[in-house]
Structure formats: C-alpha cells, structure tokens
Design a protein around this ligand. Sequence first.
Ligand SMILES: Cc1ncc(COP(=O)(O)O)c(C=O)c1O
Length: 315
Amino acid sequence: MHCAIFYETANANPHRGAYALSVRATECYHQSRVRVAQFLGVRDSDCLIFTRGTTEGLNLVAGAWGMANLSSDDEIVVTAMDHHANFVPWQVLAMRRGAKFRVCELTPDGKIDLDFLSSLLNKRTKIVAVSHVSNALGTINPIAEVARLVREKTDAILVCDGAQSAPHFPVSFDSLGVDFYAFSGHKMLGPMGIGGLIGKREMLEEMPPYQTGGDMIEFVHDDRTTWNVLPHKFEAGTPNAANAVGLAAGRRVSRQDRHGSCALSRKSADVRGAGAALGDRRPPHLWAAGQRAERSSELHPRRRASPRSGDNSRW
Ligand SMILES: Cc1ncc(COP(=O)(O)O)c(C=O)c1O
C-alpha cells in the first residue's frame, strides 16, 4: 500500500473508533510500524516511535530523557561533524540544565578523533550523540568503537543520528550498540514529515512522555493521568498514518536499491550531484564513471527511484 491508497481506502484516525475505516487505518498504521522496524533490525516494533523525522526524534530524547535526567553536574558530548539536528537540541538542553556541552574534534581526514573523544568521556558524561554517517563529509563513523568507549568510560546514553545511514546501508538497531537511533522517511524514498525514533524498551518505558494529549494516555483523572503503553506513550494526538504507510512502501523500494546504495556510499564524495548537474535521470549507481562530478558539501546524491509500475500489492 502507499499513501494515496491509504487515503482512498482507510482515511480515518487510527485507534479511536470501532467503525470499519478506523479499524483499517489502525491495521495499516500498525503494519507500517512492523515493516519499518523489520527494515531497521528492531525485533520489538513497539520500540519504534513514529516522529516527523530525525530532528523530532532527537528532540524527543533531549526533551524527555534529557530534561528528566540531566543536572548541572553533567556533561553532553557531540562531535564537530554533527548536523544541526544532532547539535542544537543538545546545546539547548545543556543550557537549560546548566550542564557542560563538549564538542569532539575531527581528524584532518574528517573522522571522529577517537582519542579526543576518549579524553572527553568521564563519569559526568550523561549523553553522547553522534551521527552514523556525516551528511557533510560522507564519513561512516565506527559506531561499535564509539559504543565501546562510551560503555567503558561512562554511564551515558548513546544517541545515533541515522538520517544518512538508514537509507544507504543495512542497519540493525538491535546489534548497533546504541540506545536511541533517529531517522527520516524522506531520505529513504518515503514521504516528508515522517520518520522515527527507535529506543531500547527499558529506556522508553522509564522516560516521561514527550508530548501529552489524546492517544498517549491510559487513564485520565482530575488530579493525575497515567500513560499508555509503547509506542503510544510517545505519539500524542492524531498520527500521520498515511505517511507511515508511505514510509513502509518507500523502504521497500529502498531495499530493492540497497546494493546500488551501498556501493554509492563508498563512492559518495565524488559522485554527489553528477546526475542533477548532467540532467541524468538514471539512479546514480548506474552513471558512467566519467559522469562523476566534483566533491560536494552533501553526502548523497538524490536518487530518483519510483515505485514499480503496475505494483498494486497492498504491501
Ligand atoms: C545527518 C543528518 N541528520 C539530521 C538531518 C535532519 O533530518 P530531518 O530534516 O529529516 O529531520 C539531516 C538532514 O539533512 C541529516 O543529513
């Protein structure tokens, strides 16, 4: 199924009604979560929270976990290669809580300086945020090595910005070694305004909600409210079910293109932009070597994949 079919056949608010359309919307939304979770290697699909994208996923962790757990004695570590989405929320959180905000420098060839990182880590470090792949440099960061350092030297949570890795190579959250992983649908052939945050169940359960309102509640009394179970606790209000369906369809195309995409990641720096510049409509991994353009400030070329024509299958 894709977004348009959702609007034609299931356009209703999930979880809220006993009528047929709502039941169908609920099922579509649930199936989308299961399929995207499978794609990103999460066995427990209730630990995948749909968000507007990577930015909202990272803000969710900063706002919910960070505001509840950070104090003025604590430190946050990010790196100099991080996208603003994985930099500013932590900087603002540090300012709000009076915590120290520390930036890990890079090596001259654009990698995280692991010695520098190690020197920043200590028992006061409460959050370490790194990108899996840099949008500016194309660097694929050694998340396992970063995780090893973080676990060895701190009790911090490790947050991974997956905006550029989720679309471009196989990711298994369950074996990545991080506590939270955020991604964006529009970077993986899905619609804009949808993405997700994956977190470890125990952390998501322990965290307070990010936003409050309908759908995320269990019981509401005049003097207190209790929270719904995962994933609903973090999805207040009417969800973007149509775009979740579109994201699940997009990741199907993304998987078809996966081998090309992986090769692309390795060559990313010199490939970027060639197709657009030359008006080439083929996927970038099919461009001739001579068509590769100069290095650009963004990592990945825009891929122009369209859903298979004549594909009417629901999923
Ligand atoms: C590495 C990285 N992180 C975060 C983002 C922010 O993603 P979004 O705008 O979809 O929230 C981007 C977008 O370009 C990105 O490349």
